[in-house]
Structures are given as C-alpha cells and as structure tokens.
Ligand binder design. Structure first.
Ligand code: SPV
Ligand code: MN
Length: 595
C-alpha cells in the first residue's frame, strides 16, 4: 500500500490523487497502484462524476487524435484499425482454474498461463500515455440490480464511450467505501500507429471469473475494450448463476396498447439481426437496446437496462428505416461515429441513402459494415421514462429472433414458457454477420443470442432458465420473430417496417385479446388480425397471398431445424436436461404428423 501511495502521488496531480484517496478504499488503491506500476503511464486522470471531468475526457479524445470533430456540434468520428473492427471471439478467453470445465464451446486458457501472458503484454504499455480511471455502474445506481465497476484504460475514446454508455458512480464508490464490490477492467490499446492499435496479432481479451477482472490489450474496437459491455456481461452471467437471476443479451422496450396501456418486453437477437431497430421503432418507447438484467420480485419479472446509451450498428440507418436514430445522428448532440467514411466533416455509412464522395485512397476500408454510433438514450424522444427506475420495468413478454432465411415464420408464439424456452430460445440459430470477425452468412447455433458471452456451461444456463420461471405467477409469453425469411428467389418476405405490426400483435397476445392458430411450432397469427393491424399501424393493405407466404408453415425446413438442434444437444452439449429432448421430440412429432 505504502509503495503504491508514493507511486500514485508521482503519477497523479494533487487533485487526482485526492479523488483516489477520498474513496477511502485501500483495496481499490492497491489495484489502481498495481496497474500504474505495471503499465507505467506518464500520468493518471481520475474521473469523478463532475461535468468538468466528462469534458476533460472529451477534449482529450480530440487532442490525442482518437476522435476528430465533425461538422455538427458534439459529433466526432473515431477509427479503429482495419483488422480491429469487430469482436475477436478467438482471442477472447476465460482463465480456467485447475479442474474447472466450461464446456467445449467456451474458449479458455489455463489461469496462471493467461495471467502471466497478459501481464507481460501490459508491462510498460502505457509509457508516455495518460491512464484514465473511471467509476461506473451497471444498471441504475442504488438499485438491487446495480453492479459497480472500475475501468482503467489508456484510451480517451474508450473512456468517452463509457461516459456516454454507463452511469458514472464515483460518489457511489465514495459512499460505500471499502464495502463496495465491483468488477474491474483494465485496457490498453497497446502501441499505436496512425492512432490505431498496431499489434493486433497480440490482441487479447482475458477474463478472470475468480477475481472479476478482465484485461484487454492491443485493441480499440469497443466490443473488445469497453469493459462494461460484453466483458461485464460475461462476469454478470456468472454472478446471476450464483444468485438465481439472469444477465441477458436483450433489449428492453415498452409497447403501447389500448387506453394508453404500456406493456414491457425484452428481446434477444444475435448481433446485427434487428435488435436495436426493433426497440427503436416509431411509436413505442426504448429502455435499452443491448444488455438487460432480469430479476424476480413477488412473483413478477422485472428488467433494467444495464446501460444508458446505445453503441449501435449504423449500416442501414436512413430516414425511412430508422427515423428516430436518423434524427439523433443528424442533429447536434453528443455522438461518436466509428469506422464510417468521413469527408469534409460529414459521416457516410452503408445504405444511408446519401450520395457518397469518392473514397480517399487511405480510407478504402471505410465505411465498414460494422461501423457504429454511440449516443445517450436520454437524448432520444422515445426514451422510456423508466430508464433510471431502480425497480426496473415489469416484463410480460420475451422475443427471440435470428437471421433465418428458411424456417421460422415472421412471428409466432410458444405454447408456454418451457416450450418457448426450449424450441425458440435454446434453439436459436442465426447466420453470422460483420459484428464478429470471420466469414459472414454461416448458420450458427446461438441459444438465447447469448452464446458468445456464456461464462457457465450451456446446460447449466438452460437449467437455470427452466428453474427461473417456477416462482413466477405468470411467466412471460415467449415469441419467435424472423425478419429474414426469404422466398425461392432470395427476396425477403417482410418489409423493415412490418416489425411494428408484429409488436402490436404480441402486445395483444400477452393480454389475451386476440386468438391465434395452433401450429406444430406454436401459435401463428390469424390473417384477419394482421390485415387489421397492418392498416391500423402502417396504413398498408396486407394481402392474403403475403400472409400465405409468411405463415404457411415450412414443415420440411422446421423439421430439419428441430433435428439439427436435437443433434447439437446430443453431441455437443454434455448433460443437457432430459426435458429439453422431450420437448424437442414432441415438436418433431407434431411436424412429422403434418408432413
Ligand atoms: C454486439 O456485437 O452484440 C454489440 C456490440 O452489441 S459489441 O458487443 O460491443 O461489439
Ligand atoms: Mn450486442
């Protein structure tokens, strides 16, 4: 402790030193001191909750060249290196203690070996740079859902992103002193060349579940570096497993019904499959677009948004598809664009509906399909007033959706919780996208859209889910959606705005206000209800022939799917629960009988 205090005093100015000391938390000081010692930054900036400190970080991001000013006030652009623009699943690993087993799908490395490697990579990595120390909270502050977090980074862009995306919690740390439990994230962009991480071959994301620490090196892409995003999700899944709640890759939204009724839903979709555009549809309200914690209270289910901002995919955002996001991205306010094409202060991205300038020779990789924007939810006019509610919102329905060109209809509902959990959530498959490194368009099994982030064996995760609903008075309805169903010519069968109708149909189903048709995979909408809703919501005539194409169940494809899923659970998942096979076999039988 003494040696760190001396060290901290030499690296922090008086004000920053006082901010650290003021926390009255020796263990926290030790941790910061240890990484100051290891990474050897030139100076240390400690972020309190003040507006000046937020401004300091914004200014630094520009001074350091990590962000550049665009034409509109508050808008900046950040570039990651050409090989650093998506989550790196291969180099993201759990540190595994002796005797621990996470299952074959989860990437891991021996704990001691991993720590030695990552500490080696971090040694001296911040020489000449400033270290930023941030205190943040996952979920609303001072709620049963809150998890506190400390982030250390040498990137002002990462610090700035976290400021936009998470609640600042310096005062909460101060209030709780050494009582506070918190996740810890250490990031260094490593050696830079033209402002981007140079040694991406040495990119590492190592996760230690024993100590709740994650280290990232040699990357800038937010999905690898912003600790509170998917890195914290992995730690939270483990915590949720211990305490019987759920940490999910889900949006949270409110859907309007009759007499000003608002019904809250969560929705899990793999990355880049319409998750943000669903919870951002016109006419409804958004609580969050990416990560939710779910807890039970008095037999009811509640959810909070872990974040307070959006790190969203910008591709396809245009005035027709996403008018609300479009507005946020084209008017003054705090926005970080990343990996777009920027010319004369104007950002351009794929399918933005604008005429693009000729690309400059040094930016031929831009705009990237995984280019993003980072904004605060509060600046959106559709932001739900319960975003900061410490109780969360009561959830009545859960939606699962993937990129499935062949099998699932556009929308359907499970028979009950268990059926939905097994045949929709745990059977989710999706074609890969630009959100992760690697080939696109490959069909991948992705249960609950959360497989990339699981820190417990899949079978345990599913068992937890089965258990979870036992003391809920009314388990939420479970729906499957598929925005990517295609006809034999490869054309999509639904239009982008049709999801507004699906949402209204789900809201009515939750309240048992419309009937549905029983099919082998669950309940399907009736034509007359959709016809009415299309007219009401979109002013569109919905033809019976469209209905037939979308909802005449594709028996062969659904049969093939259920067989594929049974095979996966039989061969790749050790110890999958018996009930899972029973439910899948029943579904298979129902489909065979229709064949
Ligand atoms: C996703 O890829 O699912 C995202 C962005 O939401 S990130 O995980 O941060 O890369
Ligand atoms: Mn996501």
């Amino acid at each position: 402790m003494e040696k760190y205090l001396k060290l901290l005093k030499t690296k922090c100015n008086q004000e920053n030193y006082q901010k650290l000391i003021g926390l009255n938390n020796p263990a926290l000081l030790d941790f910061v001191g240890e990484y100051v010692g290891l990474c050897n930054p030139l100076s240390v900036f400690v972020r309190s909750d003040s507006a000046e400190d937020a401004q300091y970080i914004r200014n630094k991001a520009k001074e350091l060249g990590e962000e550049k000013q665009l034409a509109i006030g508050g808008h900046t652009v950040h570039f990651d290196g050409p090989h650093d623009q998506a989550r790196d699943k291969q180099r993201t690993k759990f540190l595994l203690s002796k005797g621990e087993n996470l299952g074959s799908d989860i990437n891991s490395i021996d704990r001691e070996k991993g720590i030695t490697e990552i500490q080696g990579l971090l040694k001296g990595t911040m020489a000449g740079k400033e270290m930023f120390v941030l205190f943040l909270c996952l979920g609303p502050i001072d709620s049963d859902f809150s998890i506190y977090a400390l982030q250390i980074t040498d990137s002002a862009y990462v610090a700035h992103s976290e400021d936009i995306l998470y609640r600042s919690a310096y005062e909460a740390f101060k209030k709780k002193e050494s009582e506070i439990e918190f996740f810890r994230f250490v990031h260094s962009a490593g050696e830079l060349e033209n402002n981007v991480s140079k040694n991406t071959d040495k990119r590492r994301v190592y996760i230690d579940l024993c100590e709740n620490i994650v280290w990232t090196t040699n990357s800038q892409y937010a999905g690898n570096t912003v600790g509170l995003k998917k890195l914290a999700l992995r730690l939270a899944i483990r915590k949720a497993d211990e305490k019987a709640w759920l940490a999910e890759h889900m949006f949270v939204m409110g859907i309007g019904g009759v007499n000003n009724r608002k019904t809250y839903f969560t929705g899990a979709f793999p990355s880049a499959c319409g998750k943000t555009s669903t919870c951002m549809v016109e006419g409804e309200s958004i609580v969050g677009d990416d990560i939710a914690y779910l807890r039970k209270k008095e037999g009811k289910l509640f959810a909070v948004n872990v974040e307070r901002g959006i790190f969203g995919i910008i591709r396809d955002v245009n005035p027709q598809n996403d008018p609300l996001i479009w507005q946020a991205l084209t008017t003054s306010g705090e926005v970080i664009f990343s990996n777009v094409l920027a010319k004369d202060g104007i950002p351009y991205w794929l399918d933005d509906g604008k005429v693009h300038p000729d690309k400059e020779t040094d930016s031929t990789i831009f705009p990237h399909p995984n280019a993003r924007y980072t904004i605060r939810l509060k600046t959106l006019k559709n932001c739900d007033p319960k975003l900061e509610n410490p109780e969360g919102v009561e959830v009545k329905g859960i939606i699962y959706g993937g990129r499935d060109s062949q099998a699932w209809p556009s929308i359907f509902e499970s028979f009950d919780w268990k059926h939905g959990l097994i045949t929709i959530a745990a059977s989710l498959e999706s074609e890969t996208t630009a959100a992760t490194l690697g080939k696109q368009g490959v069909r991948k099994f992705n249960p609950m859209a959360n497989l990339d982030f699981l820190s417990i064996p899949l079978e345990r995760y599913i068992k937890n889910y089965l258990q979870f609903a036992k003391d809920l008075a009314h388990p939420p309805a479970i729906f499957g959606v598929n925005y990517f169903l295609r006809n034999e010519n490869g054309d999509y069968l639904s239009a982008i705005e049709d999801k507004r109708v699906w949402l209204k149909w789900m809201e009515l189903r939750v309240h048992k206000e419309i009937e549905a048709i029983e099919s082998p995979i669950g309940f399907l909408p009736r034509y007359e209800d959709l016809k009415r809703l299309f007219k009401q919501v979109l002013g569109k005539d919905y033809s019976e022939s469209n209905y037939q194409k979308e909802f005449n169940l594709r028996i062969d494809e659904n049969l093939a799917k259920v067989e594929r899923i049974i095979e996966i659970y039989k061969t790749k998942v050790a110890d999958a629960p018996k009930i899972l096979f029973e439910i899948l076999e029943e579904q298979k039988k129902r489909l065979q009988e229709k064949n």
